[in-house]
Each structure stands twice: as C-alpha cells, then as structure tokens.
Design a protein around this ligand. Structure first.
Ligand SMILES: [Zn+2]
Length: 76
C-alpha cells in the first residue's frame, strides 16, 4: 500500500477509524478499524485484508459489542 494520497498526493497517516455501512436495511458500525487517512484532504484508505475482515464480520451475523440508537432527520 502506498503512503501518498491518490487524490491530492498528501501524506497518509495510520489511524483507527469508525467504519459504517448499510447492510440489509440496518446501519452497521465497526469501531477501531485500522486505516490510512490523508492529512490534506481526509480521504480514508483501507488495506485489502482489512476490507475482507470487515465484510466477513458484517456477514457473520456476530453478536455486536453494543447497540446504539441513531437520530434520523429530513432536511426540510
Ligand atoms: Zn488527499
């Protein structure tokens, strides 16, 4: 994996992120996901093995560590 942003050529810094994805009508939140984040534009890059682990976790139907309530709004 490169250490330069594909979009702006900014410097990428390893960090832990919170990954969110809709799956079967529910919003799935995965905390503490390692990623590279561009210092300049904020673009987030995940290594292929991390993406694989995220997907298998989402598909595994595993028990979540906790469940949160999320407010939903409409822009009027
Ligand atoms: Zn960038």
């Amino acid at each position: 994996m490169n250490h330069e942003c594909d979009l702006c050529h900014g410097k990428l810094t390893p960090t832990l992120t919170t990954y969110t994805q809709w799956y079967e009508g529910r919003l799935i939140v995965i905390e503490r996901v390692p990623a590279l984040v561009c210092e300049q534009c904020g673009e987030v890059y995940y290594a292929p093995d991390i993406v694989e682990r995220i997907q298998s976790l989402i598909w595994s139907d595993a028990e979540p560590v906790r469940t949160i309530e999320t407010p939903v709004y409409e822009l009027k």
